[in-house]
Design a protein around this ligand. Sequence first.
Ligand code: NAD
Length: 478
Amino acid sequence: MQQHFIGGQWVASASGETLPVIDPSTGETFDQLARGNAEDIDRAVRAARAAREGAWGRLTATERGRILCRMSALILEQHEELAQLEARDTGKPLTQARADITVAARYCEFYGGAADKLHGEQIPYLNDFHVVVMHEPYGVTAHILPWNYPAQMFGRSVVPALAMGNAVVLKPSEDACLTPLAFCRIAEQAGLPAGALNVVTGLGEEAGAALTAHPDINFVTFTGSPEVGRLVQRAAGDRLIKCVLELGGKSPQIVFADADLDRAEATILKAITQNAGQTCSAGSRLLVQRSVHDEFVARVVKRFEGSRAGSPAMDLDCGPLINAAQKQRVEGFIRRAIDSGVPMLAQGRVAAGVPAGGYYVAPTVFGPVPRGHELACDEVFGPVLSIIPFDDEEDAVRLANATDFGLLAGIWTRDGSRLIRMAKRMECGQVYLNCYGAGGGVELPFGGVKHSGHGREKGFLALEEFCVIKTVVQFHGE
Ligand code: NAD
C-alpha cells in the first residue's frame, strides 16, 4: 500500500480511499495507492509552508546542494531496484528504465552542484546608491507530473525547485508514481528536512485540481496534456501566480536529399518507439525531400517491419502503453487513418508470449499522410510515425511549423548553411542538427512554444525559473 508523504510522515488519505496500481505489461493490479483529496493537499501545503519558514528555509544553499548530491549517490546505490520499479509501474523496457534512473540521479547531482552557483549581481547606479539583485525562492511550489517518465520528471521538475530553497508539493500521475514515492524515502535518508518535499497521490480532477486551487501555493509547474494545461493556467491566473507549462508535441524530423541517410535512418525508429511513443519530444513526423523519398522511406519501412513491442523484461523496441484508455486512443488513430485511406506502410509485431492483458501496440508507420490530416497535426502519444514528402527548403519550413505544437525539430542535411537557416526558422524550443533527442540532456534548456507550453526546464537556466528576482537599492550618502 502506497501512502502520501506529508511533513516527513507516510500517511493514508484523509478519506481512507485508495486507487489500484496496475502493471501495464499484464493489466493486473499489484498494489494500492492513497487517493488524495483537498484535505490531503491542504495538509501538504501547510507542511511545505512550515518547512519553508522553519528548518528547510534556514539551510544555506551549499547545505541544500549537499543533500541533493547525497540523494544522487543513494539513487545510484539503489539503481537496479529503482529501475525494476519504474519498469513495472510504466511498462517500459528495462534498458530505458535503467537509463531513466541514471538521469534522475544526474538531475540531483547537477542541481546539487548548482545550488550555490546562481549568484546575484551588483548594478552600477547613481553614485550615492548601492544596488544588488538577489535570487529568492518563491516559497511553496506545486508540481503536477505525467506518467511517461516519472523518475526523470521528478528530477527535472522537483529537484531544481528544491535546489533554490522552495518547499515542494508534488502530485504525480495516478498512472505512475512509484519512483517519485521511492525518491521521498531516499530524500529522508539523505537528510532532507521534513516538509521540504511532500507528495500527494491521486486523481487529477481531485488532488491535482485541489493543488492548483490552493490559496497558499506561490508557483505551479505542470507537465502533461494541453487540455489539462489550460485548466492549470486558468487556476494559476485566478491566484495570480506564476505558471510553467510543459505540454505535448508533434515534432518533425526533416530529411533532405543530401543527408547522411544511414545515420538518419538509424535514429528515426528510436525517436518514435522510445517509451512506446509516449514521449512529448517524440519524432512523430518524418518529412522527407521528394527526390529521396522513395529510397529513404523503403529503408524506414524495413526498420518498422523488424520492430517489436514486448514486456519490460523482453527489452525490445518498446513496451506496452500505459493503460487501456491510451491503447484505445492510439488504436483509434490507426483505425481512422486506415478508414480515411492513408496508406499503412508497415507495422511491427507484438512479441509472442506477452501477457494477454497488457496494453501493447506494435510500431506503425503511415505515408504519405495528407497535410492537414489528424495524423499530420495531432499528438498520438503512441508508436505511430507519419511520413510526409516535401519539395524544397521553403516547403519544409512551412510543413514543419504547420502544427499547433512547437517542442523539438530534427534537421538532416550535409549543407551547413542550410542547417543554421533551418534552425533559425523552426518554431520550437530545441533543434537537433544531424541528430535527434538528447537522452537525459539534463544540461540543455528544454521547453516549448505555441501549444507545447512556456517556461524552461533543465540546465542552469531552470534554476532562475524557480526564483523571484529582488532588487535592493540602498542610499549610503557621499
Ligand atoms: P494529463 O494532462 O492527462 O495528466 C498530467 C497530470 O495532470 C496528471 O498528474 C493528472 O493527474 C493531472 N491532472 C489531470 N486533470 C487535472 C486537473 N483538472 N487539475 C490538475 N491536474 C490534473 O497528461 P498525461 O496523459 O499524464 O501525459 C501525456 C501528456 O503529457 C502528453 O500530451 C505529453 O505530450 C505531455 N508531456 C509533455 C512533456 C513536456 O515536457 N513537454 C513531458 C511529458 C509529457
